[in-house]
Design a protein around this ligand. Structure first.
Ligand code: ZN
Length: 418
């Protein structure tokens, strides 16, 4: 796993309120981020990677050890001098919950501070979920995790939700889900969870982009596109090291950018959206119209299409050619807009397409982009599969922990408030 470049303490604060933080709190955030993404580090490596002086690094590490978040776990021989100690996050020092709230159910996962998944609950499995059902499922699953992890529960930082739609946050911090393409009314987020834990929500594609940014194919770059093709089509845009949100967070709803006003009808009711061409059902519908036959509507069916394409089946070849051309056209437009360093293609359909078609998708994308930006990106598959929404969602409480003020500043603030 490569180290994300962390230019300064402002990085990766995400949507945390822009309150004034001391340099030491900013340094704490950078150092803790480095240790969690790297897994281990010496003080000297930490200082060099985070742009800290050796004295600052020593102070910050002392603070993190006192908080129980970091520990010395061993000694490394160093050239000539005394051995240096190896630092690692304390897995048991804090816990994060991430939930993937999908159209088919709610997967709730508990992660330790090394971001290892240690427990999981799934609720749902109905054909179509409703806002009431997901609230019940979420609270029920979190309660099951609480009962099984009682000794850890006081160190749970919060719950992050990856939701299937636009998630807006108002001035008071209240969040609302707008899942227009599922036909849901606006859903207030806070009532979905009955437990008294910090609750943070984000669009599922944006949480997956966060996972790629922290631990996957987008690590270490400040400008990336994470395109997710599945039943729906999503996008996360990383600009200047942050997942871009726009005015009220709906930025990057690429799935509903129309490529053709006379094109096929989309789930959102409009015509010719990217999703209406590149969503799994759209691809399979085209194949079916040309006489293709397949089992089901998912992973296996897209696999059958790719196999038929390889075997030279005319209908499958035509559908795959059109899919590659349309994906290249849609990605090329994004490349012109954002000048990314990396274009990352994932989602379960993307993961199906990439092993066989990456070169063709890359060529089609470069051909659809202007020459300069078209020559400046690398196209890569996602590191994580479609089951990463929960990991990405758990990064929201992780960011809360990382950006928290130092304990001594918290108590100073409490004293001055009292
Ligand atoms: Zn649409």
């Amino acid at each position: 796993m490569s180290a994300p470049t962390v230019p300064d303490g402002e990085r990766r604060r995400g949507r945390q309120s822009p309150t004034v933080r001391s340099l030491r709190t900013q340094n704490r955030a950078v150092a803790l981020t480095h240790l969690i993404t790297e897994g281990s580090s010496t003080r000297a490596e930490l200082a060099a990677a985070c742009g800290l002086s050796p004295a600052s690094a020593t102070n910050i590490v002392g603070d993190l050890i006192a908080e129980g978040l970091v520990a010395e776990t061993g000694l490394l021989a160093s050239q000539g001098g005394r051995p240096t100690s190896l630092l690692e996050p304390v897995a048991d020092g804090a816990y994060l919950i991430g939930a993937d709230v999908g159209e088919r159910g709610v997967a709730v996962e508990l992660f330790d501070l090394s971001m290892k998944r240690i427990d999981r609950e799934f609720r749902g499995g109905r054909m179509e979920e409703s806002p009431d059902a997901i609230g019940n499922d979420l609270s029920d699953a979190v309660e099951a995790l609480r009962l099984r992890n009682a000794a850890r529960w006081s160190r749970v930082v919060g719950v992050g939700l990856g939701l299937p739609g636009i998630v807006e946050t108002d001035a008071s911090g209240e969040q609302t889900l707008y899942a227009e393409s599922l036909g849901w009314p606006p859903v207030p987020v806070r009532p979905l969870l009955t437990h008294d834990l910090p609750l943070l929500a984000e669009n599922g594609a944006k949480t997956q982009a966060k996972a790629e940014q922290w631990f996957g194919a987008a690590a270490g770059v400040d400008h990336a596109l994470v395109a997710l093709l599945g039943r729906g089509v999503g996008l996360g845009v990383i600009v200047n090291g942050e997942v871009y949100r726009g005015r009220a967070s709906s930025a990057a709803e690429w799935g509903h950018v129309s490529l053709d006003p006379d094109g096929p009808v989309c789930r959102c009711g409009r015509r010719g959206c990217v999703e209406a061409f590149l969503g799994a059902q759209a691809i399979l519908d085209r194949w079916s119209k040309l006489g293709g036959t397949f089992e089901g509507s998912g992973w296996g069916a897209i696999g059958e299409l790719l196999e038929a394409n390889e075997a030279g089946d005319a209908a499958a070849v035509s559908v795959v050619d059109e899919t590659v051309a349309t994906l290249g056209l849609a990605l090329g437009g994004l490349v012109n807009l954002y000048n990314p360093e990396r274009v990352i293609v994932g989602g379960w359909v993307g993961m199906r397409l990439m092993p066989k078609l990456a070169t063709r998708i890359e060529d089609a994308t470069r051909a659809a982009a202007l020459r300069q930006p078209g020559a400046q990106f690398t196209l890569l598959p996602c590191t994580f599969g479609g089951d990463t929404v929960a990991l990405g969602a758990a990064i929201m409480p992780l960011e809360l922990l990382v950006s928290a003020p130092l304990v001594e500043e918290q108590s100073r603030a409490a004293r001055s408030a009292g």
